[in-house]
Design a protein around this ligand. Structure first.
Ligand SMILES: Nc1ncnc2c1ncn2[C@@H]1O[C@H](COP(=O)(O)OP(=O)(O)O)[C@@H](O)[C@H]1O
Ligand SMILES: [Mg+2]
Length: 210
């Protein structure tokens, strides 16, 4: 891939540090591919001050677990992460709000997490916008900018299977894909304390299952 020819096309999506851009004229096996990179055009300070640790971490870790690769261009100055672009991607938040989460996709997400844990990777940012579904409802875990890479397989007792979803009223709901439970977190705004009034509901009760 490092040797392939390509052109960076239009910006598809803004990210915290830059954007996701379409890639044109490529010979990569996926039909739709994109690159995530710092945005040199919009960030005047890009060369001096922008914090590139997130993208650098992602560039190191993401290719270990999903089909992606790192490119660099413009005389080694800009790096980017190339991956499949999911057309009409829907976040798991959206799927959750549509009541379309089912056991099949939670099991699949658990498998994806286990692939990461078996490769020594902890994601650290498992929230509802970092899991996206393609039009066939296949989930993808994305955004490895906050992840950690360990030398060893992550032990079973420290694996995290909790995903922070936002409900229809922006409330925080934890989806555990190991036990298939939903936990609603209630904030007590009067005291500014987080009380964990916890309602454990099985996915079966809460959602219609295919
Ligand atoms: N491969 C992809 N296909 C389609 N949309 C994507 C892809 N990667 C990211 N996105 C969209 O862009 C958003 C931001 O990407 P992300 O990598 O999470 O950036 P950030 O570091 O800013 O959170 C995602 O929430 C998702 O909606
Ligand atoms: Mg993100």
């Amino acid at each position: 891939m490092n040797n392939c020819n390509f052109k960076v096309g239009k910006k598809l999506q803004k990210t915290n540090d830059g954007g996701i851009y379409r890639i044109l004229n490529h010979d990569y096996p996926f039909k739709n591919i994109a690159v995530k990179l710092m945005d040199p055009k919009e960030n005047e300070n890009y060369r001096k001050e922008i914090d590139i640790t997130g993208l650098a971490t992602e560039i190191e870790i993401a290719p270990k677990v999903f089909d992606s690769c790192v490119i660099n261009f413009e005389g080694n100055e800009y790096y980017g992460l190339v991956f499949e672009y999911i057309d009409n991607a829907k976040s798991i938040n959206k799927i959750f709000q549509e009541n379309r989460i089912n056991l099949k996709n939670t099991e699949y997400i658990k498998q994806l997490l286990d692939v990461m844990y078996n490769n020594g990777i902890i994601h650290n940012d498992l929230h509802g916008e970092n899991i996206i579904f393609n039009s066939k409802y296949r989930p993808y875990i994305i955004d490895f900018g906050m992840s950690d890479l360990h030398n060893d397989v992550i032990p079973f007792d420290t694996r995290d299977y909790n995903i922070e979803l936002s409900g229809p009223n922006n409330e925080l709901i934890i989806l555990n894909v190991e036990n298939n439970t939903l936990t609603k977190i209630n904030y007590n705004f009067k005291t500014y304390k987080t009380t964990q009034e916890v309602i454990q509901l099985t996915i079966k009760k809460f959602f219609k299952i295919d």
